[in-house]
Design a protein around this ligand. Structure first.
Ligand code: KG4
Ligand code: ZN
Length: 331
């Protein structure tokens, strides 16, 4: 079965084809970073319009890269939510139209399920069951994953997501967009511990997170009369260390709680080098292992949607009979 995957939940247009016999056949991506950079954040209307412009081209490009024709596709999977309503509508409309025209099924997919299963696309995939740490711009969640579709939420952020905290803090430090990677880059040349920031909810006794106070703590430092901008890298390093300390402690607590030693990290913040080094070392000490998606599949992409759709269809998931554009922005 060859499944076409379409992702348009935010500011990346992603199209891919996953073949249940041979694996990922092609995946093409267009990032809108340059489009939104001037505004310091994603402008939803511009995002939707750019998805409209890019999607037909990417579709053709992906089919060509896979050496396939539209008639070879057996099913379509598309991101149905959560995400920006207008952006989701573009992907959903194209996916449902393609499926209707070809008389094949169209399956709405949860964006986070795509992220969560994306490490299974790597050369050395984790085996079920595992604990997943989902750290994106919109979500921070710990899940117990027993198999495809068998997910139990263990804990999540009660306010900002980890990526959101990175982005907002980067903005208040005057760093460019997208802020997360820039803040992480600056942190590499700083020393954590020269400033002291809180580790929110580190000892809360549950598996929930809170990151909005951390951003406020950074604001307090840079608003103080004795603030010296030359110390920005040290502040960035301490901020990053605070986020990483909490993510690492809670991920370890989650593994302990469910009695597992395999951790899967997915979502954009999973690209953070400090987070990776800390988790790798902590799991190695415990005889466990951390799995990540391939670097190209860490951020939003069509491959994870094609893959999640293919796994669900292969597991016998029924597809809605009636063609309709199904979006769930707050799913
Ligand atoms: O998964 P993703 O591409 O999109 C969402 O579904 O949100 O994640 C994007 C988030 C952004 O908040 C971005 O700042 C953050 O991931 N991010 C990072 C790094 N690379 C991306 N945060 C910290 N360190 C990084 N290296
Ligand atoms: Zn995402």
């Amino acid at each position: 079965m060859k499944v076409l995957g379409i992702e348009t939940s935010c500011d990346e247009t992603g199209v891919a084809i996953y073949d249940t016999d041979t694996g990922l056949r092609a995946h093409c991506l267009h990032s809108q970073i340059d489009l939104h950079a001037a505004y310091g954040g994603v402008v939803p209307e511009l995002a939707s319009r750019d998805h409209i412009r890019r999607l037909p081209l990417l579709l053709r490009q992906t089919l060509a890269a896979a050496g396939l024709a539209a008639a070879d596709i057996d099913a379509v999977a598309y991101t149905s939510g959560p995400g920006l309503a207008g952006a989701l509508l573009v992907g959903a409309s194209v996916a449902e139209s393609f499926a209707m025209a070809r008389g094949i099924p169209a399956l709405p997919v949860h964006h986070l399920e795509g992220h969560l299963l994306s490490p299974l696309l790597s050369a050395d995939p984790p085996a079920f069951p595992f604990v997943a740490l989902l750290v994106s711009g919109g979500h921070t969640q710990l899940m117990r994953v027993r198999g495809v579709g068998d997910y139990a939420l263990l804990g999540e952020s009660v306010d900002d997501a980890a990526g959101e905290a990175f982005d907002k803090t980067a903005k208040l430090l005057g760093l460019g967009y997208p802020g997360g990677p820039q803040l992480a880059g600056l942190a590499e040349s700083g020393v954590p511990g020269r400033f002291r920031l809180p580790r929110p909810m580190l000892h809360s006794g549950d598996l929930d997170f809170s990151f909005s106070g951390l951003k406020t703590a950074v604001l307090n430092v840079v608003s103080a009369p004795d603030w010296d901008p030359a110390r920005m890298a040290d502040l960035a390093a301490e901020f990053q260390q605070a986020v990483v300390d909490v993510l690492c402690a809670k991920a370890l607590a989650a593994l302990k709680k469910v009695g597992l030693k395999t951790l899967v990290v997915a979502g954009g913040v999973g690209a953070n080098r400090c987070l990776r080094a800390t988790l790798d070392a902590a799991l190695a000490r415990r005889g466990g292992r951390v799995h990540y998606p391939e670097p190209a599949l860490c951020t939003d992409n069509g491959a994870m949607i094609a893959f999640a759709g293919a796994l669900r269809l292969a597991a016998g998931e029924s597809v809605p009979e009636v063609c309709a554009v199904r979006i769930r922005p707050r799913w």
